[in-house]
Design a protein around this ligand. Structure first.
Ligand code: GLU
Length: 499
């Protein structure tokens, strides 16, 4: 069977991490089966549209590494559509939906409803007061077609509703959950066509998934209760329904559904915080899927090969930020220096726009210096923002008060510390600028440590504090390399003066 999946966002905001998970799983299923991944825009709720949302969502998918085979895409921030089965934006397909609702009306599966908002409100109030299930009461269900025609001619406002069978059950198989059943009597006569001539989601999604030849519908669990309405529509049209897959709910560490109000949910936020797309994708892939082994690190290509619906779970998936940090840290560590420089540079520019002034080397060695700079924190950083923030001490002179407070090592004294640092300044001053490399400085320091008998802590601790102003920092010689000779001597001499 030809596998064709789709991601069908409504352009009402930014791409949600849950949306990225849906898109990823749909994409992976398509790729695993040499199938097609389609993108459709579901903009039938015109009141909720957000300008720029489509572009933003598509750009985020690209950033994450998801490519679109058919449908709506973005090229240089311009929306394009590709494929034979378009248009792929629902607001451009209104005639198609009109044709299909007309068909349902002709077959007696749908009807015009002229109920006013006031009447519907009253019905609802009554149902709530009497603790009855809420929903449309079927008032217009049996209006004869002649009467409907006359009322339409008289420009009475109307919607078109699905004539839901009142008895029986609607069943379907969800590839993750197995057989699912809903009692028809509990399903509302859903509006299919609104009075503004726009279809509702329920009608448009069925018509489009059918006409666009979708084989597997993959979407979040929150759509599960809509599916029986869709299944009924497929039956009414006489179409074969695609396979359904409802992905488990995403919850936060408090086991509550991820929400815009309490959690960071937009993919843009994760990008802005300096998560690498490959780490985010790897993390998201595990939200409801696992390979059935202990292995956790998967490249995008490997996910494409390994992914299978059999390993998708129906239990809620925990969006655990600590785990995301762990993934990101693994990926950050694995970057080559060149890659790290390319990825971290925009974040450095944002936080320290004048960073290039701190480069102690010749101008064309800026990237080499940046490589050394970022390498200082590469092992420890969890995000690119964290990496750059932790390097702040390179760009800002350490606070002299804090330095003096921290600089004396364990049993040592300020006097001894001062003497040691003075000697250190002398030793380092003698090393030329050209020889300012770890291979020159390290042996020199070690020889001095041995002959003086000062002890490692007595030398390295005050050196670290004088250079970084921090308790926890990369090693002092590594910092000295990045600072360059002039700055290193300056920071050490300042500490001596303040002692
Ligand atoms: N437009 C729906 C959404 O915004 C798509 C639901 C579906 O995939 O059927 O999530």
């Amino acid at each position: 069977m030809l596998v064709k999946t789709r991601f069908a966002p409504s352009p009402t905001g930014f791409l949600h991490v849950g949306g990225l998970r849906t898109a990823l799983f749909a994409y992976l299923l398509a790729k695993k089966n040499n199938g097609t991944f389609l993108l459709r825009i579901e903009d039938t709720d015109q009141a909720r549209l957000m300008p720029g949302s489509m572009e933003s969502m598509l750009n985020m998918l690209h950033w994450a590494g998801i490519t679109i085979d058919e449908g709506v895409d973005v090229e240089q921030n311009k929306i394009i559509q590709k494929g034979e089965l378009g248009p792929y934006i629902q607001s451009e397909r209104l005639e198609i939906y009109q044709k299909y609702t007309a068909e349902l009306i002709a077959k007696g599966h749908a009807y015009y409803c002229f109920c006013t908002k006031e009447r519907l409100d009253e019905v609802r109030k009554f149902q709530e007061l009497n603790k009855l299930p809420t929903g449309y009461d079927g008032h217009c269900r049996d209006i004869k077609s002649d009467e409907a025609k006359t009322r339409l001619k008289n420009n009475e406002t109307s919607v078109i509703r699905l004539k839901m069978p009142r008895e029986g059950v609607t069943m379907f198989t969800d590839l993750v959950r197995g057989q699912v059943e809903f009692k028809n009597s509990l399903i509302d006569d859903q509006v299919l066509m609104k009075s503004d001539g726009f279809p509702t989601y329920h009608l448009a999604v069925v018509v489009d998934d059918h006409l666009m030849k979708i084989s597997h519908i993959i979407r979040g669990e929150e759509w599960l209760s809509s599916t029986p309405k869709h299944v009924i529509l497929y039956q009414m049209f006489g179409w074969e329904a695609p396979h359904f897959v409802h992905l488990p709910l995403l919850v936060n560490c408090d086991k509550k559904k991820l929400s815009k109000r309490h959690d960071d949910v937009s993919v843009n936020d994760y990008k802005a915080k300096g998560y690498l797309p490959e780490a985010l994708i790897n993390f998201i892939a595990f939200l409801g899927w696992n390979p059935g082994t202990e292995r956790e690190i998967f490249t995008f290509k490997e996910l494409e090969q390994e992914f299978s619906l059999e390993k998708v779970s129906k239990n809620p998936a925990v969006f655990n930020l600590e785990k995301l940090d762990w993934f990101n840290q693994q990926y950050l560590r694995s970057l080559s220096r060149e890659e790290l420089v390319a990825r971290a540079k925009p974040f450095l520019t944002a936080q320290f726009p004048d960073y290039a002034n701190c480069n102690p080397r010749v101008k064309n060695e800026l990237d080499i210096w940046l490589g050394d700079l970022f390498a200082l924190e590469q092992e420890r950083a969890t995000t690119l923002v964290n990496l750059v923030t932790e390097l702040g001490f390179i760009f800002k002179t350490p606070n002299p008060k804090i330095v003096v407070e921290m600089i004396v090592w364990k049993k040592s004294t300020p006097e001894e510390t001062k003497k040691i640092l003075q000697e250190l300044v002398g030793l380092l001053t003698a090393i030329s600028e050209e020889s300012w490399t770890a291979t020159e400085i390290d042996p020199c320091l070690r020889a001095w440590l041995e002959s003086s008998g000062y002890g490692v802590g007595n030398v390295y601790w005050p050196m670290r504090v004088a250079l970084s102003g921090q308790k926890n920092s990369p090693g002092p010689t590594e910092i000295a390399m990045v600072l360059g000779k002039k700055n290193t001597i300056l920071r050490l001499s300042t500490a001596v003066e303040n002692l």
